[in-house]
Design a binder for this molecule. Structure first.
Ligand code: AMP
Ligand code: MG
Length: 405
């Protein structure tokens, strides 16, 4: 059976970033840049004022004090948006707004709060160094700098930079189209009442939520009973997507038809079963360019496998630079005495105390546990055949995107 590391390596090997495309700026959030964004010119665009005040020559105010103010002739007012072409000489000042261009001849700006108006004169009560309250061309982002590297996911900060440099259309990679098929004759839909032996289907919603967290496109979301003819029909439709997530039917039960049917439909098995807990029967396969993940029906298994295999694969398809949250070191709040022959990613609660991470493994780790999903915000890595891990010892933890009570 494959190790977690080898299985992940195989996934990454088979996942190639999707095509490049252009998207409108407002629709680019959550997508990854397909090119470096290099500053075509420096920002700010021109020297301008950081305050509402008066542009002067610093040399004129060297002798200014409370007792001996220096009063200068006021030339006018430069508003934000004015071209500000008129130069200023010694003995003169000009009122200026925040963001208005610094006039030629001026080398510093006195704040409006620090002056007094005396008819047509403006009086200053203290000296001021050169360059005060001036925002210089190119000081924020120099021309030629790679401001945002390729593969960065676009969020509000990146959108501000893209807008500033005129990217109304943004070079990104296409996001994968995802289809989800939940299998199981025991499943009923969310608005139905489960009869004896039945349960409400929940994996589709969980997986759809995870797909949406990555801004990928959900093209299909169905639920099917364990009837080969129906499974085949739904799988064929699902295989039109870039990634198919199949929930359930991947194990060795009498009615676990998913894997043989996928094979029959031309899906090449890359691996099936990994030395990992929860979620041993993970299936990964490919038909043409379509990737297929067969996830066990147990909700916690599906959830953890999505985090460790599907989410990073989706991000690689999107061309993202960061494929997953880095693992952090945390101290155990409680010992872990039960360990297994397989690598175990335990659900736990990560928090900070006195500036360091601490983590508490949940007591209940059943792979069917729905409750553990809302109670955990981290996965604790416990090696195969690990000795007992005492309270206080350091473990590796994957933080999850999940708010817990
Ligand atoms: P399976 O992997 O099909 O053998 O299913 C394993 C367990 O997960 C069984 O107890 C199923 O009832 C349960 N299960 C399967 N699919 C789902 C689903 N979509 N939502 C919730 N539970 C499921
Ligand atoms: Mg089943």
């Amino acid at each position: 059976m494959l190790s977690y590391e080898d299985a992940r390596a195989l996934v990454f090997e088979h996942v190639k970033p999707l095509e490049k495309e252009q998207r409108h700026l407002i629709e680019s959030q959550g997508l990854a840049l397909s090119e470096d964004i290099v500053a075509p010119y420096g920002m700010p665009l021109f020297d301008n004022s950081a305050v509402d005040g008066y542009a002067v020559q610093a040399a004129d105010l060297t002798a200014a004090s409370r007792e001996n103010p220096v009063c200068l002739e006021k030339l006018g007012y430069i508003s934000a948006g004015d071209s500000g072409k008129d130069p200023l000489g010694s003995g003169q000042c000009v009122q200026i707004a925040t963001g208005a261009p610094l006039p030629a001849g001026a080398d510093t700006i006195v704040m409006k709060e620090d002056i007094k108006l005396e008819e047509s004169l403006v009086c200053f009560f203290q000296s001021i160094p050169k360059t005060e309250n001036v925002r210089y061309q190119g000081e924020d982002i120099p021309e030629g700098r790679t401001v945002i590297p390729v593969g960065t996911v676009i969020g509000p900060a990146q959108m501000a930079v893209l807008a500033t440099f005129g990217f109304s259309r943004v070079p990104v990679r296409r996001v994968p189209k995802i289809s989800i098929v939940s299998t199981g004759s025991e499943l009923v839909d969310v608005d139905e009442n489960p009869q004896s032996g039945q349960i409400r289907e929940s994996n589709r919603y969980m997986l759809a939520g995870m797909v949406k967290q990555e801004s990928c496109e959900l093209v299909k979301m169905t639920m099917v009973p364990d009837i080969p003819k129906i499974l085949k029909h739904e799988f064929e439709d699902a295989l039109q997507a870039d990634v198919v997530l199949i929930s359930g039917g991947m194990s060795v039960g009498e009615r676990d038809y998913a894997k043989p049917i996928l094979k029959e439909m031309g899906v090449e098995e890359i691996f099936w079963k990994i030395k990992f807990k929860p979620g041993k029967p993970l299936f990964f396969g490919k038909r043409g360019k379509t990737l297929v993940f067969g996830l066990p029906g147990n909700p916690a298994s599906s959830y953890v496998l999505f985090e460790e295999f599907v989410r990073p694969a989706m991000r690689q398809l999107m061309g993202r630079r960061i494929l997953e949250a880095d693992m952090v070191k945390a101290r155990l709040d409680e010992s872990i005495s039960k360990t297994y022959k397989r690598l175990h990613f335990m659900r736990g609660q990560l928090h900070q105390q006195n500036g360091e991470y601490r983590v508490r493994p949940l007591n209940f780790q059943g792979s069917h546990s729905i409750g553990s999903l809302v109670e955990s915000n981290a996965l604790i890595r416990v090696e195969a055949n690990s000795p007992v891990l005492p309270k206080g010892c350091q473990v590796s933890v994957r933080p999850l995107l999940n708010e817990i009570g």
